[in-house]
Write a new protein. Sequence first.
Length: 396
Amino acid sequence: MNILVLNAGSSSLKYQLINMETEQVVAKGLCERVGASESVHIYEAGSDEREFVLELHDHYAAVKAVLETLTNPDDGVIKNLADITAIGHRVVHGGDFFAESVIITKEVIDRIKECVPLAPLHNPPALSGIRSCLELMPNTQQVAVFDTAFHQTMPPKAYRYPLPTEYYEKHRIRRYGFHGTSHRYVSERAAVMLNKPAEDVKVITCHLGNGCSLTAVKGGHSVDTSMGYTPLDGLMMGTRSGSIDPAILLYLIDYLDMNPREVNHIINKESGLLGVSGLSNDLRDVGNAADAGDERARLALELYAYSARRFLGSYFFALQGADAIVFTAGVGENAQKMREMILEGLEDLGICLDLERNSKRGGERFISTDDSPVKVMVIPTNEELMIAKDVKALIS
Ligand code: ADP
């Protein structure tokens, strides 16, 4: 059984073809600059790595190019489209309509459309990807997997903002949470590594990449998460500010005469690691500059670690303790020094990092001491596999 996983962004299309018997990736790739006159399709199947420069004027053209490459009679990895059993689409926003993945029907498409105002940059390309597949492979089942779905189990005390009730009831302003597929995947893996049923486990998952979020997971369910109405909320990120006093935005508008678009750009694109360091949104660059004595870079690292630590502390209390803390995504999986900064001096709370283990690279692993009451783990995220598993479960 081969499942095609598609992740359509505003000008990109990422994909993986996964063999579900082996759970191995058969082929994967990325179409970039979709919509521009010169697009690039980067393709990888085992040792076969290629780059095609072509014109992909929309997502339909990108999906078509991907399907043609996969089924190419000379060197394609599958013979024909019938070798794709089903398709899974990553959809960022399912609002409060979807608490789990679903087989795509006309009603599902209508609901995803209704969520466009909540994710104006993300849901339209996902819809284009879905429509393209319906046209190109009308007899193949398609499944939508939502970034927000995992967090639908949050209780009202976690998802409601303390605004007048009408803004929730009339305008659906509430905390939705994102990165749900990643948090679900690593929390499930954590239970397996702890050798306990998911129902008995309390874990705090730290997805630290360009975008960052923490989730408190109890018994396999998200009970709180740091991203909110949008993915801007919560932790300091690569270019996003995370939570700041909302009155700052009013000050920028009222006293510095900025318009809302400019303010939006600052808090989404010019803040975070990039804004504080003045150098880069990439933690490696900022880390190197800090090592070379750059004060702003050092401060950016301190703010980043402290922001994660604040949320970690609040979720430790929200869960009344935790069995494990999990690090994942680009920074979480690779940046040993950042993990060390976030967890420094927490031994009295039962969180004992093993510095030697933390300094080693590898796949899924424990990085706490053997006698640490709270286990600390690194678990590489695999959102594509999680999506493919959901597809498999739904279609069978
Ligand atoms: P995205 O949120 O875009 O999916 P990733 O999860 O790929 O991002 O994370 C990207 C970030 O991971 C980069 O900005 C970089 O700071 C960080 N990163 C990747 N590799 C390393 C590394 N070896 N050491 C430190 N940071 C790293």
